[in-house]
Design a protein around this ligand. Sequence first.
Ligand code: PLP
Length: 419
Amino acid sequence: MWRGVAAVRLLRPGGARAASGTAAVQLRQRLEKELEEIRGAGTWKNERVIASRQGPHLRLTGGGAGILNFCANNYLGLSSHPEVIRAAVEALEKFGAGLSSVRFICGTQSIHKDLEEKIARFHQREDAILYASCFDANAGIFEALLTPEDAVLSDELNHASIIDGIRLCKANKYRYKHMDMQDLEAKLQEAQKHRLRLVATDGAFSMDGDIAPLREICQLAQKYNALVFIDECHATGFLGPNGRGTDELLGVMDKVTIINSTLGKALGGAAGGYTTGPKPLIDLLRQRSRPYLFSNSLPPAVVGCASKALDLLMESNAIAQSMAAKTQRFRSKMTAAGFTISGKDHPICPVMLGDARLAAVMAEDMLNRGIYVIGFSYPVVPKGKARIRVQISAVHSDEDIDRCVEAFTEVGRKHGALP
Ligand code: PLP
């Protein structure tokens, strides 16, 4: 007890005085300096607190009501879909709050197996394995699959979790220029000396809304006897005629070997991730993948949400089509207003502004007009390429989209982004 109180005192300002020169005081000083540097660089991330469910219309704590939300990954609007919520409640009541266990000890229920089977069927793959997040799926796969005899070739703009996952493995690492097929080919030639080559790319890139040239990547992979891995977090559920993802959109479902994706964006938005692909790979991940072996099972309510989301998508592609129509409406109206929107046909619509300050003040002014969007600048995106990222959802109405475009036009004129 006494030791606990002393430890707390060390970390408090009062306690720090009494213990000056200790490691805890040095740590506090170092952290405060680092935090000040982040504030000074203008890259401090404030978290706005939402007092309502996730959806197109939000209430923020501290007053903001009726805010139009354009910055969630809730592409299909399933985060607050009544059937998804009901499925979560039913799973919670039937299967409990959680498993208090990892999968291989006593953490696997019938709903986990059913969801894995459903994911594999959705992607037309042999098997699937669940994780607590796609971050974990990306952290686990490369180390389990690749050895120092192998090579991984990764797009330079891949998501942080792919980069971290690759760091954890002992394979030979090649980084190719963003979507640059000449550079990928050169790197594949260099990597011929290794036993196995794995090309790793985001299917859709979240900062630019651009889609990986999977047809060309698969052709190169075939030519140089390589495997293809895609991260489909910003594609699963809505890209392609039936929402299967980038591989369906580009007609290469039979050429991509491994897919990692999330349950935390279009598929109900709760949490969770997965790998789907050949059965022996999934079997190996169950034996070797560290985030799977050493982390708790997905809670039943989360499994219930994702499972219902997949049912809805396998019944009909109407929701995905509605989102595509709204995306088209936003992109064409914004372009007509004079803005440059990066990417093509993707619900991630980055409004390119260039200047970091301009992106920040415009995003703030959009919120003053009741539109919630976020500005991104260096180091999240390259210097001089600041933008406001808008994300369209199936549950935005045409009026919501038009209100957003009008607000952008007013704010753009006011701050000099438009003539
Ligand atoms: N991969 C990509 C491309 C992402 O955008 C994200 C989430 O931001 C992740 C992986 C991680 O997904 P999760 O939230 O399920 O950990």
